[in-house]
Design a binder for this molecule. Sequence first.
Ligand SMILES: NC(=O)c1ccc[n+]([C@@H]2O[C@H](COP(=O)([O-])OP(=O)(O)OC[C@H]3O[C@@H](n4cnc5c(N)ncnc54)[C@H](OP(=O)(O)O)[C@@H]3O)[C@@H](O)[C@H]2O)c1
Length: 283
Amino acid sequence: MKTILVIGATGMLGKPVAKQLLKDGFHVRVLARNPQKAQQILGDGFDIHAGDVANSASVRAAMKNVDGVHISLKGGPSEAEFERMDHYATRDIAQLAKESGTPRITLLSAYAVRPEKADTPESRAKFRGEQALKASGVPYTIFRASWFMESLPLFKQGKTISLIGNQIHPLHWIAAQDYARMVSQSYKSDETLNKELYIFGPEAHTMGDAMKIYAEGTGLKVTPISTTMLSMLGLLTFNTEWKSMAVLMKHYERWGEDGSAEEANRLLGAPKITLKEWCEKNR
Ligand SMILES: NC(=O)c1ccc[n+]([C@@H]2O[C@H](COP(=O)([O-])OP(=O)(O)OC[C@H]3O[C@@H](n4cnc5c(N)ncnc54)[C@H](OP(=O)(O)O)[C@@H]3O)[C@@H](O)[C@H]2O)c1
């Protein structure tokens, strides 16, 4: 039985991966800042180790004798926090993995992480994190995922769902369940090693259309707001989350998807869950 350490297993996108790995017969170890909270979120069957990515001794201990490490961390909203989590944490985990002879690391990244698109603190930090992982010499699989369907509810506030900025690009929305299956599958083959795989869902919808599908029959109103307005509101109210969100959404105004999901789909099985199906279950 292979043991995989999941770092970020209590998160929105780490939890489905940890659960899928367990379901697929892996022994799943979890590094958690608060083990009690992790136990409540994940339920039984996980080997939970107390630790923090800022404490290398705790990461080293959790990494002992594992067959892989999955990284699902989140940085921000400040530039320093993006660097700390998306860049330095990935770099340090990869270094510890190299020292302990860990055979592979899987990393959740994003589709717009490329040098020519690294024009925000988050995309720059994610790009540097990817580079550090590759430079470590530890075999890796980087998942450059599109927008997750699970992100849609995060734009809800009361009876409105905010469409931030002029989001013209069609996006292949992916369900976390499909992505989790693909991550788990990647551990069953060496063909997935040393690759960046683009994880795109089965259909493309602009963000506005996706929100309309999500809002159908709920009474939610899709309400546009410009990135300039959100940025100003963030400044006036000292809300760093809003300022950071405005920067993020400006980034996605500029950059659409341009990777190909062909290789990921061939190696890991194509995602099947459509946005409509996901919305019917998760509205
Ligand atoms: N949303 C999208 O559409 C999308 C698309 C592509 C990529 N992504 C990327 O996916 C990543 C994960 O996002 P998410 O929404 O799953 O984030 P999240 O829910 O905030 O999860 C972050 C995880 O990191 C853990 N963590 C934070 N600080 C830690 C520390 N110092 N030591 C150990 N663990 C720590 C958290 O644990 P605690 O329980 O201790 O807080 C939590 O489990 C992000 O980098 C995001 O940019 C998102």
